[in-house]
Design a protein around this ligand. Sequence first.
Ligand SMILES: Nc1ncnc2c1ncn2[C@@H]1O[C@H](COP(=O)(O)OP(=O)(O)OP(=O)(O)O)[C@@H](O)[C@H]1O
Length: 260
Amino acid sequence: METTVENQQDQATASFEKDELVVQIRGLKKAFNGFEVLKNINLDLKRGENLVVLGKSGQGKSVTIKCIVGLLKKDEGSVKVFNEEVADLNDDELKQLRTRIGFLFQNSALYDSMTVRDNLEFPLTRVLKLKDEAEINSRVEEVLEGVGLLDAIDKMPSDLSGGMRKRIGLARTLIMKPEIMLYDEPTTGLDPITSKEISDLILAMQKKYQTSSIIITHDMACAKITADRLVVMNDGEYIAEGNYEELENSDNELVKSFFK
Ligand SMILES: Nc1ncnc2c1ncn2[C@@H]1O[C@H](COP(=O)(O)OP(=O)(O)OP(=O)(O)O)[C@@H](O)[C@H]1O
């Protein structure tokens, strides 16, 4: 194929974006009541990648993602998101930043008294302040189609299974078209088949929206499906990094223990 100036530029942009860091954490420390939970966290999230964070309970995985969105303040170190130091942002800037980041927390609940459609419209009208009915409808339908639940549009959350509610929760986050997704144990409490459906969906959403994601999980099947790269957290630091096969073959006993 002939190489035009235009497609050379496209290629240059594509490779720049691929290596662009959307999150960069250096020397992050965080203590609670004198107990140091994060001792020295260094972490990069590249644009478009799925990064899985493994670690035993209570290691500070959730604390790390809360520092990324400014829900918790760091003690020391640097947490940059889209190249901006989160601690330096004022309230408005922080709000603006959070519209570019989606969270799927373990217990993200839907509003029980609202239909699926109303649950999905809520962030569009309340947060993005959209008014155009046609645009709102098309975004709701597009995202529901994406998670395979267009049929459930007029149902109440109580009429849905746990796995379906999780999908709707994911749809409600994705409808904001976040550039970064933070998944805190997305498959916890689900049976293996539903867990696999959610993991497949996380992967499909990465491809569809080119989202960059941090996925905290203990579920190795989820890690295997979703991860481009994994890091293992222990005692306030990351002790290993690699793709699934590399970590599966690690000599480190702790790293190996996740794969048993
Ligand atoms: N706001 C807070 N105030 C005091 N301590 C906290 C706070 N948030 C977290 N911690 C403590 O920090 C430690 C790490 O918590 P965190 O929730 O990040 O663990 P985790 O690695 O995500 O574990 P899990 O997999 O169990 O969710 C815990 O000991 C927790 O009690």
